[in-house]
Structures are given as structure tokens and as C-alpha cells.
Design a binder for this molecule. Sequence first.
Ligand SMILES: [Zn+2]
Length: 292
Amino acid sequence: MPLAKPQDLFERAFREGWALGAFNTSNLEVTQAIVRAHVEARAPGIVQTSEGAIRYAGLTTLRDLIRDVADEASVPIVLHLDHGKSFDVASHCIEAGYTSVMIDGSALPLAENIALTRRVVERARAVGVWVEGEVGAIPGKEGLRGSGVGVADSLLTDPDDAARFVRETGVDALAVSVGTIHGAFRGTERIRFERLEAVHRAVSVPLVLHGGSGLPAEEIRRAVGLGVAKVNIDTELREAFHDALTAHREDEPDHAVDPRAMLTPARDAVQRTVAEKVSLLGAAGKAESSTG
Ligand SMILES: [Zn+2]
């Protein structure tokens, strides 16, 4: 079906207490894996591309690829920009047909973050595109493995800032810093539930959890009951892809020169990982009553 608008999906997820998985891609195999897992689970979902993925594959190439794969699918698939850092990037994606964009001004002073986000909301609203903003800093780097201590309190989302941000920008969803770290973090990464609850009480919009890779399943489930309606997963897909590719090269050196033979097990491994997350988030079976 055509790329889905997220409005109805978020409204239902938020109200019914499940979450949309948002999975990063930059190529054909990962895109197919994400979409196939959602079709099998009869789940709606979000395919997202970072600025880095857009640089890697090209905006229209990546857009066409995801749109074509989604077109073939019988479940709603949203195309989302992950961590757009400028008005121009968000605007280009909106023009290209993305149905959802994130504008990440979290490194700016709050007033500048509000001004930037409001500008993107005005641009997006005119064409019915969903906008995710961010207040508070989510540390780490997408796709990297890290370790160490948890997130400093000063980086966590302040509930008063969040309330002002949502009120003054009109943003549709809010990415929050509540203890998670980008990348697969081995250490003391834990969701700060008291902070998540405070932010959830302070704002009325659905919350977005970034850095979902490596978190214990029970923590993710609990967060979904506290206003989190979108969970971003990137690193665990990369790990599944990498590990399957590496194992294949060791098992079958004779076939290693055929890209299809190399990439098929990697694609299957990513699909299994996505399927686990979709089930964990409670999105399985939610495609049917969606209007898409
Ligand atoms: Zn993120």
C-alpha cells in the first residue's frame, strides 16, 4: 500500500498502550527485512533513514526503494527522517514524500530549538506530515557499541522544558532523554522511570524512545505503558546483519563471491530481529484496523 500517514497509527498506539517500532535502513536488504517482518506479524511500522543513510544511498534512491517495498506490502509502513538536524534536510524529505520527519534541535539552546522545530512544524503541517522533536540530549552514537556509566542527570529531559517545547512548537511527538543511550550500550543503561513518568504527565503528545537497542525487554514494555508510542531500533539490526554475514563467510567460503548468497542470511537475521521487537512492542496484529 502507499506510504502510510502516522497520525492514526500513533493515536491508536498511544491510546491502546502499544508502540510502533522505528527501524533504520540504508539499503535494499535491511528495508526488505523490516517490511517482511511487519507483513508476517500483520503490524504497522516505521522505516526510518538518518542523514547518514541519505548521504550513503541518495535521497530519491532511498525514498524510491522504501516506497516500492512498502507499496508491495499489505500493512501500513511510514517513511520517517531520523535526527534531521536542519530545516533544509527536513524540508527536502517532506518534498520527497516522507510522511514523518524528526527535527533534532536538542543541541541548541531551548529557545532556538523551539524556533527551528516550530518552523519545521509549520512547513510539515501544510502537507499533513508528522513531526517529532527532541528536548534533552540522548548521548552515544547510532550504531556504535559503548560501555560505561549511565546518563548524567543534566542531559535528561526536563518536564517543564518539555511542556513549554510542545506548547510553543505544536510538535506531534517528543523524543525524550530518560536514560537510554544511542548504540548498543553495555553498562548501566537503564530507563529512568521517574523521569519518564514526569515528562509523560507534563505533555499530552506521544513520546519516542531512542537508543532502544540493548535495553531489557521488561524495561521497554514498561516504558510503552508510560506514553512511549515509538521505539527506535538501529544497532541491533546492524549486529544481526553483521553476525550473520560473518558466520556465512566462515561457513560457506565457496559462495562468498555471490552478493546474494552473502546477503540472504543477513537479511533473514535482520528480519528475525525486527520480528522480535514488533512482538515486544505489542504491534503484532495491529495492522488490520488501521486506516493507513
Ligand atoms: Zn536517536
